[in-house]
Design a protein. Sequence first.
Length: 157
Amino acid sequence: MGKTQKSWREKLADDKGLPKVSGITGKMSTRWGTGTICIPAPREVDEIMRKVPEGKLITINQIREIVAKKHGATIGCPITSGIFAWIAANAAEEAAAEGEKNITPYWRTLKSGGMLNEKYPGGIEAQAARLREEGHTIEYKGRKAQVKDFEKALVEL
């Protein structure tokens, strides 16, 4: 018997010994310089995403800044922050499918540059539809989509 697949919410709740702050080393220092990097816990990313009110937006880079500041690190990990936002999005949809009303408004979390996240449930179209409902305008650049003037709607955290 194969082990049963973890639900998205179980993945979100599994901290795996995180958050963790370590030195920036090796290949990473070429891109990010020196200092420390914080790998957040999945729930920390979800918690930040939950705080974004209707009509407002946040970017993964802002989430990374919040995590870094909270843990006294130079940067927040770009890879895990993005993965955990994706897990939070799927966990929210899983909860919604079971009738939960108070889900994480993951569609308000954008990639850098105000870009929509094609990896979110339903892809760019589903995220765009939810953002339009909240009063945002979506601009398309080829296959990519961006919230127009997203900087004006960024949340102050």
